[in-house]
Design a protein around this ligand. Sequence first.
Ligand SMILES: Nc1ncnc2c1ncn2[C@@H]1O[C@H](COP(=O)(O)OP(=O)(O)O)[C@@H](O)[C@H]1O
Ligand SMILES: [Mg+2]
Length: 323
Amino acid sequence: MGTGCIYKIGHNPNTQTEGINLEKTNVIKLNLRKKQIFQTQFSEASFMELTTPRSGTHIKWRRGDLIGEGAYAKVYQCLNIITGELLALKTFYISENPRKIEREFQQMRKEIRVLKTLNHENVVHYYQADLSEDLKSVDILLEYVPGGSLKSILIKYKSLEISVIKNYSRQLLRGLNYLHDNKIIHRDLKPANVLISPTGMLKLTDFGSSKQFDDLESNLSKSLKGSPYWMAPEVVRMEGHSFSADIWSFGCILIEMVSGKPPWSNYSNDSKAVMELISKEGLLPDIPSTEPLLQEIITHCVNRNPNERPSPPELLESEFFKN
Ligand SMILES: Nc1ncnc2c1ncn2[C@@H]1O[C@H](COP(=O)(O)OP(=O)(O)O)[C@@H](O)[C@H]1O
Ligand SMILES: [Mg+2]
C-alpha cells in the first residue's frame, strides 16, 4: 500500500493514534501484571528454581512441527541446537485476560513441580522450563517420544493383541506404582496421556491434573479433574478420591485396548451423558470378552468401591503379568 495510509471517509487519524496508544498501554499493563504474578507466585520457590534445568546446563532449542495438542497446551518437536538431539516442547500460551493469568501460572507451576521430581523409565523425562522473552508462553522441554500416544495407536490399529496389552499395561503399572510411591495421583490417565516409543516403551505424561500429597492426612482430593470416559465414579460424584481413582482409569484403558473403544462408548459419546452414567449407582462399563485372567483384572479395577480395587504391586503380582 506504499507509505500513505488510507483512512475511511469520516475517519479522524488522531482517533486512530489514540486507539493504538490505548492498546499499547493495555499491553504494558498486562505485561506488568504478568511480571508481578511471577514475582509473587513464584517467589516462595522462585521461578528460577523451578526453571533450572536438571542437567545443570541450560538447553538451547529451536521449535519444530506441532506434534500434539491437548486441552491446555500445544506440543511441538524441537531441536537442541548444540547437540542436535530431538526433544518435545510443551507450550502453554498465557492468556491475555488479566483475571485468568494467575490461575494459569499456578497450573503450570504445579505441573513443572511434579515433573521435576520424577525419574523413572515409564514416566516422560523433564529437562527444563523456559519463560518466553515476550512473556507470552511457558515452554516445558521434555523427552521426545516419537511413537506418539496410545490414543493414536488405538485409532490406527484398533483393538490390540494380548501380548501387546500385556507389555503396555505392565509398563503402565510400573509407572503408576512409581507415581503412587511418590504420593502422586495422576488423575487424568487415558490413552492420550500415555506415550509409546518406537521400541514399545511406555511413558506416562501430562501431569497437569496430578496431585501430590505431602502428608497422608490430606489424602483425599475433592476436585473434579480429568476426562469423563476414564473417570472413576467417586471422582465424577466428587465424593473425594485417592490413588485408587488411577486404578479405575487403568481398568478403562484395558477395556479400550481389548475392544478398541473407550468405555461407555456403546452408550453415548456425549461427555455429560457419560458422566451421568458413571455416577449412577451400580452401573459398570461393559467388559469385553477376552482372556479370562485379563477379564478378571479389568473386573477388579472397575470396582465401584475404591477400597476394593487392587494396587499396582498387587496387579503386577497377578498371574496375567507373570508370564
Ligand atoms: N514428550 C512427547 N513426545 C511426543 N508426543 C508428545 C509428548 N508429549 C505430548 N505429546 C503429544 O501431545 C499430546 C498432548 O500433550 P499433553 O501433555 O497431554 O497436553 P495437555 O496437557 O494439553 O493434554 C499428547 O496426547 C501426545 O500426542
Ligand atoms: Mg493430555
